[in-house]
Design a protein. Structure first.
Length: 296
C-alpha cells in the first residue's frame, strides 16, 4: 500500500523563504487536504515540538511524513553529525515517521541564487569511499537510536546530481542507506527515473514526484542558470504537467510500500498552489491506481 503526501514547498519555499512567505501554515495544510493529500513533509513554518505540531496536523487530517536534513559529512565525523541531527531525528521519531530525508550540502550550490549549476561540486574519486562509510555509519546510528531509515535525496547542485552519481552513491554505501527517488531531479540531471527505480528498487524507501517543463529545462541548461533562478522560472511543476513518464516509473516501482510525495517547487505567484495541488494529486492518483497500487 502507498499513501500520497505533499511537501509545503508548493505554498512556501524553504530555500527562498520570501516566496510564499505570506501564506499561513494553516492555509497550506487545509488546501493540501482539500486536494486529497493525507500527509505533509516539514517546512520552515512548522513547529518543531511534537506536542505542538501533532494537534495542528491532526486538525487538518494529516500525518507527518518526514523532513529534510542537511548533512555535512564531508566536514565532520559521525558523532558530530549525529549530535547536530538529534533534535530533528527526535521530532521525526516522536511524530511516528519511518524515514529521515538527508542530503549532503556542505559544498552544495543549490541555495545560491547567482551560482550556476555548472559550478556545482563534483566529488573526487578518492573521497567517495570515506563519504560512503560515514554516511553508512550515520544511517546505522539513526536506525539504532531513533528507528529511522535514512533516505538519501539526490539533488541538483550537490555531489549526487546525475544518474551515474546515484549509482556511485548506492555502490559506496551499505544497505542502511536507502534512496529517495526524486523524478524531477533525476530527469533534470540527465537521467531516467524509471531506470533508477529498476536498478535500485530494493533500496528505494521514499519517493518524491515532481515533473519537469522540458523547454524551461533546456533553457536553464543552455543559459547556465542557477537552481533557484530555474525554479522561479518554472522548471518544475506537478506530476502530469511536464515530460516525466510517470506510468513507466511506477511500473518499475511495483511492490513499493510507503509514501509518495508531490514535491514540486514553483513560485506560488505564478502557479496557484491549490490549483496545482489538485492537478498533481488527481494525475498521480490515477497513475498509481492504473499501476494497481492500493492507495491508503
Amino acid at each position: 500500500m502507498i499513501r500520497i503526501g505533499a511537501n509545503p514547498i508548493g505554498w512556501s519555499n524553504d530555500d527562498m523563504i520570501e516566496i510564499g512567505g505570506e501564506t499561513p501554515l494553516e492555509v497550506c495544510l487545509a488546501e493540501a487536504r482539500e486536494a486529497g493529500f493525507s500527509g505533509m513533509e516539514l517546512g520552515n513554518k512548522f513547529p518543531r515540538q511534537a506536542e505542538v505540531l501533532r494537534p495542528i496536523l491532526t486538525a487538518h487530517g494529516h500525518e507527518l511524513v518526514s523532513g529534510w536534513y542537511s548533512t555535512q559529512l564531508l566536514l565532520r565525523d559521525v558523532d558530530e553529525e549525529l549530535a547536530a541531527a538529534r533534535g530533528h531525528a527526535e521530532l521525526l521519531r516522536d511524530m511516528g515517521c519511518a524515514v529521515m530525508i538527508a542530503c549532503e550540502t556542505s559544498n552544495a550550490v543549490h541555495g545560491q541564487m547567482e551560482t550556476p549549476l555548472s559550478a556545482r561540486p563534483v566529488l573526487p574519486h578518492e573521497i567517495w569511499g570515506r563519504f560512503g562509510m560515514r554516511l553508512t555509519a550515520f544511517a546505522q546510528r539513526l536506525r539504532q537510536e531513533f528507528g529511522l531509515k535514512l533516505v538519501y535525496h539526490h539533488h541538483m547542485g550537490t555531489i549526487v546530481q546525475t544518474e551515474a552519481e546515484i549509482d556511485r552513491l548506492m555502490a559506496s554505501t551499505g544497505d542502511a542507506v536507502h534512496l529517495l527517488l526524486d523524478t524531477g531531479h533525476v530527469t533534470w540531471g540527465g537521467g531516467d527515473p524509471a531506470r533508477v527505480a529498476r536498478n535500485h528498487f530494493s533500496r528505494i524507501a521514499h519517493v518524491h514526484t515532481k515533473d519537469v517543463r522540458g523547454d524551461m529545462m533546456l533553457r536553464a541548461n543552455s543559459e547556465d542558470w542557477s537552481f533557484l533562478r530555474s525554479v522561479l522560472a518554472g522548471v518544475y511543476t506537478v506530476p502530469g504537467d511536464g515530460i516525466v513518464d510517470f506510468p513507466s516509473v511506477f511500473s518499475e516501482l511495483a511492490g513499493y510500500e510507503g509514501w509518495v510525495v508531490v514535491e514540486a517547487e514553483q513560485d506560488p505567484a505564478k502557479a496557484h498552489p491549490l490549483t496545482y495541488a489538485k492537478m498533481g494529486y488527481a494525475y498521480l492518483r490515477g497513475v498509481v491506481e492504473e499501476a494497481e497500487f492500493l492507495v491508503g
